[in-house]
Design a protein around this ligand. Structure first.
Ligand code: BEZ
Length: 250
């Protein structure tokens, strides 16, 4: 995960990132003894789950805060501090796994190439990320509040269509076996849920703002998004997931 992260806030209030990503492990179907690389492992919750099923996991993440927490959470597992694009390993992997991370990796070609490079011939990639139209209301609200140019200069996200990401993986040497793009509205408890989400995930836009400017942005975002995203005492963020399964020929 790129940038600096408030790991305590992440673990305390954003557990849906890994709990909603858990079904992906069913698709990965890790076997005891398999070597699995978890790309953008964050604080290691899903790496831990894959290891619990008997695989030998390596987690890689570009955030020192996340890697430090992952090592505390799962002291027996291997976690590497690295950009995904720069990651190399002498021993290849049976599978590469990634949840809710690839949309932070820009430009995306480096990560695609590194995942392909990491796999054994015949190895598989199982990944889920923000896809085209992900958090569209938030993107629109940020553009309207901050201006298109400010948004474009600081935008940390890449939300591809199936065609765009499949092409990247094919150019990296993988065969795409299956891909889907689907809505996954995500409930954030309570009136403060949207602010908390913005504080957690919109650091790229908030950096350098004083307290008053931040408060003004939060109020503007709540005002703009309330009608569309707030109901029954909770915010519902309009996530759209891109799930993709690919294999390395051989
Ligand atoms: C996502 O997982 O899609 C996501 C999370 C935080 C910010 C933006 C997107």
């Amino acid at each position: 995960m790129a940038g600096t992260w408030d790991v305590s806030r992440y673990e305390a209030s954003h557990g849906y990132v890994w709990s909603l990503g858990a079904p992906l492990i069913g698709m990965l179907d890790p076997k005891p003894g398999e070597r699995v690389l978890d790309v953008g492992c964050g604080a290691g919750q899903l790496s831990g789950e894959i290891a619990r099923l008997g695989a030998e996991v390596t987690g890689v993440d570009s955030s020192p805060e996340m890697i430090a927490q992952a090592r505390i959470n799962f002291p027996g597992l291997k976690f590497v501090l690295s950009d995904a694009a720069a990651f190399t390993s002498e021993a290849p992997f049976d599978a590469v796994f990634s949840n809710a991370a690839l949309h932070w990796m820009k430009p995306p070609e480096g990560a695609a190439r590194a995942m392909a490079r990491a796999l054994k011939p015949g190895g598989r990639l199982v990944a889920e990320m923000g896809g085209a139209g992900n958090v569209a209301s938030i993107v629109e609200g940020l553009k309207a509040s901050l201006g298109e140019e400010y948004f474009a200069q600081r935008n940390p996200w890449f939300y591809p269509t199936i065609g765009e990401y499949a092409t990247l993986l094919e150019q990296a040497g993988l065969e795409v076996v299956n891909a889907s793009l689907f809505p996954r509205p995500t409930r954030l408890e309570g009136e403060g849920g949207l602010r908390d989400w913005l504080e957690m995930f919109c650091r790229a836009f908030l950096e350098g703002m004083d307290k008053a400017a931040k408060r003004e942005l939060m109020e503007a975002m709540e005002g703009r998004l309330r009608e569309k995203l707030y109901r029954e005492g909770a915010w519902h963020i309009d996530y759209r997931r891109l799930r993709i399964v690919a294999r390395k020929p051989g």
